[in-house]
Design a protein around this ligand. Sequence first.
Ligand code: UD1
Ligand code: CA
Length: 489
Amino acid sequence: MSANSPAAVVVLAAGGGTRMKSNRLPKVLHEVCGRSLVGHAVAAAEELTPGQLVVVIGHMREKVAEHLAAHHPGARAVVQAEQNGTGHAVRTALETLAADGVELDGTVIVTTGDAPLLTGGTLRALAGAHAEQGNGVTVLTAVVPEPFGYGRILRDEADGAVAAIVEEKDASDAQRAIDEINSGVFAFDAKLLVGALAEVTTDNAQGEEYLTDTLEILRRAGHRVGAVVAADYRDILGINDRVQLAHARRLLNDRLLERAMRAGVTVVDPATTWFDVQVSYEPDAVVLPNTQLQGATHLGEGSEVGPNSTLKDTRIGAGARVSNTTADGAEVGELATAGPYAYLRPGARLARKAKVGTYVEVKNSELGEGAKVPHLSYIGDATIGEGTNVGAASVTVNYDGVNKHRTVIGAHCRTGSDNMFIAPVTIGDGAYTAAGSVITNDVPAGGLGVSRAQQRNIAGWVERKRPGTTSAQAAAAAAEAAAEVPAEG
Ligand code: UD1
Ligand code: CA
């Protein structure tokens, strides 16, 4: 908490969110760009380093509390058992803090848990104007094309100052025509807020304690009521249903992509490219169409990812190339390649210039520098040394039904196609294995591991056992052709 930090930020997140039509997820836990709605509110609040960061929860409160504890431990959850309105929610938060002996002095920011486009920067601008103007309360407003449903800002005809906020359900037709709305975000003087909340009644269409009534109460008592109009109304958009959720995701994604492009990342098709908020990158990374970068995915300088790739919590090294790949918790080293059609699972680590090719799945395994698994293979719980090539269609047989075991393949090995490595098993440096082998025992360095049955051919089997088939006809034609070949010399 610095000198300019608010004493507290209170995030309102107790409401039902009935229009999401969800039986499983409270509204504020729906996600936009890799973060829950309430998570966005908390992240914006954290940028102000407030003395107290409180989230008021109610509807499906166990789930919200669990989520906050797991992902946003800096936020403190306060339960509002019954949702008696936004004023009641803030009062509950302040009373809980007071009961704990927390005395608030300075600014209290009240914000909402369902406006994911609201940034720390906007909150800072609000807090700044509030302090500069010496207001008792400052409301963040916006001029919107569709004011329906929002509280309208009533301004004094003489001086243009905010006089009151009237809710849609309490508004006259003339008031409903006003297109300046309440975002639901405020900066308050802490002491004045406590006093004003004590005067709020439930005398309104919804029978709730409206936080918005505090503005009129404070103005009547002679305090300055200020307003900051959002530069872009889309910054304050609240989410009530899944249509708005998708719209907000699109808007935030556009912002994230724009920031990446301005930082030197080529995004070939912004319409089909999706970034989460934690994605990071270096210049000259290229993102090809239909690519989702999720979690803390990082793109190194000059790397190229996509098309058709979904990368979660994955690090892509400088100059690496990843195409048509699904990756989760993987590390792709400098100049390494993956795909097309690779599946990199948690703990897949490709060193510099390593290659995971087509239809290859890698889990909890390291590939050394320049090691290659080019085709149709499963590599799980394995260590593969530098310069080694694993033949097509190989499997590390890592699971005995109860436990997982490791396969260790040394440096500069050449393992044959269609090998089964029955783990635990170790192949020494520089060793070879024969195609089609089931490798059960260790192979010493420089040795050749072979394990396959002697082949025998039974002549004429098809003509005897499958007479009349096209195979038998082909065999007969081949025999005839062989007989017709004139003897040479
Ligand atoms: C509220 C404002 C309205 C504003 C709009 C912006 C009031 C009375 N009205 O209306 O002026 O334009 O937000 O979106 O404040 N909440 C609680 N506990 C409650 C009630 C609500 O925590 O008892 C939370 C909700 O979870 C939500 C926020 O407060 O995050 C706003 O509540 P909501 O019911 O959506 O208020 P609106 O009717 O939209
Ligand atoms: Ca709302």
